[in-house]
Design a protein. Structure first.
Ligand code: NAD
Ligand code: MG
Length: 394
């Protein structure tokens, strides 16, 4: 039987909740024995306490340093220990779980991820921004610790399931599928008045706000290209993107003999999370089974970098290397946050990111954590300044 001691970083989020629900279902079905060591969240005290109690976690950490007393009060009598502040989240990552779900959103997840990776935990990898921003440091930490990198992003999980790691030279290309987001069929100019509520409504997947906006701009697929370049030993030039609106094929590997291997399934994150939890075994999940007769047809289109300039920005920053992808990620995080708060029009999200890529020149040569965090800060400050500048012009 599958046995794991699991920690969930970002337990109150979309992926975090999917993970906890799966663990509960697998334990109840006696398909696995998963103990939850620690759960963490940013600021939602009630949700975190509820999650910690439901999965009988040993420790709950809230990043907001002012929420410690409230969290402790909610956990009185449960035997669950708690802590608040960034150090508490790092303490959670340092505990002895052998499997850590990295499901914090954004570069805020880097340090806890590095702590878990360096001590040798297997990392279930949802938090793509960490790889985009600090890919070398993350891979070095996993190598040092000796744990496995288990991709959770559905595309990368799909590729992972059909990738021949013993013969990467027999792979011609990776094909990442993209749903195209909610605005696939819209003229770019018609997106000027898009509201946050419209942008977060994804046609196929139910996800957190930031990744939903990234799907609408298609920056998500750009970030995923960079993520794939770090995870798989296939050259970055050989990573293609194809739009597949039904989201049934989650990605493919094209081999030199002409065989193309794909992983299919309903669009439910439970499936890649289960794959990462049980790998190389498999477990039952409550996910809806794929019925191809109901799907009926599958369409494929080329990805349009003119309609979705975020795809071009991500590709160019991957080509440029160095700190470019760190700047791309930080600027995009700020631009998306500004859009979600109503401070930036939808079409300016990629404009702010492009401005930062053109103007932020990091004088940090290394790729160590200190340099990455300094560049990340530089890009964030520039992005916020740009958001204000654009607001004044309107
Ligand atoms: P979400 O917004 O629903 O949840 C984010 C989680 O991170 C929450 O638990 C939140 O409390 C925590 N968090 C946010 N800021 C934090 C901070 N500063 N410090 C500590 N914790 C913080 O996001 P999500 O949709 O679950 O996505 C999580 C990650 O997984 C993202 O990187 C996303 O790109 C990736 N991902 C998500 C999906 C999906 O279906 N939702 C699919 C593939 C990849
Ligand atoms: Mg994805």
């Amino acid at each position: 039987m599958l046995k794991r001691r699991a920690t969930i970083l970002g337990a109150t989020g979309s992926v975090g909740q999917t993970t906890l629900n799966l663990i509960k279902a697998a334990n109840e079905a006696r398909d696995a024995e998963i103990e939850v060591v620690a759960v963490t969240a940013n600021s939602k005290v009630d949700e975190l306490a509820e999650a910690a109690i439901a999965c009988r976690a040993e420790f709950a950490a809230i990043a907001n340093p002012h929420a410690g007393e409230e969290l402790a009060a909610r956990l009185v009598g449960t035997g669950i220990k708690s802590g608040a502040g960034t150090q508490a989240v790092l303490d959670a990552a340092a505990m002895d779980a052998d499997w850590v779900m990295a499901a914090i959103v954004g570069a805020a997840g880097i340090e806890p991820l590095l702590v878990a990776a360096e001590r040798g935990a297997d990392i279930a990898f949802a938090n793509k921004e960490c790889l985009v921003c600090a890919g070398d440091a993350v891979l070095a930490a996993i190598k040092k610790g000796g744990g496995k990198l288990l991709p959770v992003d559905s595309e990368h999980n799909a590729i992972f399931q059909v990738y021949d790691f013993d013969r990467p030279h027999r792979i011609r290309k990776l094909i990442l599928t993209a749903s195209g987001g909610p605005f696939r069929e819209r003229e770019r100019a018609s997106l000027a008045e898009i509201t946050p509520a419209e942008a977060v409504k994804h046609p196929n997947w139910s996800m957190g706000a930031k990744i939903s906006v990234d799907s609408a701009t298609m920056m998500n697929k750009g970030l995923e290209r960079i993520e794939a370049a770090y995870i798989f030993p296939t050259p970055k030039e050989d990573i293609d993107i194809v739009v597949h609106p039904q989201s049934v094929i989650h990605s493919m590997v094209d081999y030199v003999d002409g065989s193309v291997l794909a992983q299919l399934g309903t669009p439910d994150m439970t499936i890649p999370v289960a794959s990462a939890l049980a790998w190389p075994d498999r477990i039952n999940t409550p996910a809806e089974q794929l019925d191809l007769t109901k799907v009926g047809r599958m369409d494929f289109f080329p990805a349009d970098e003119e309609q979705f300039p975020a795809l071009r920005l991500a590709r160019e920053s991957l080509d440029e290397g160095g700190m470019a992808t760190c700047v791309l990620n930080a600027a995009n995080e700020v631009a998306v946050a500004a859009f979600l708060k109503g401070h930036l029009p939808f079409l300016d999200i990629t404009g702010v990111t492009e401005h930062c890529l053109e103007t932020v020149r990091s004088n940090h040569a290394g790729t160590g954590l200190a340099e990455i965090l300094a560049t990340d800060k530089l890009a964030r400050d520039r992005a916020w300044a740009r958001v204000e500048e654009l607001a004044q012009r309107r």
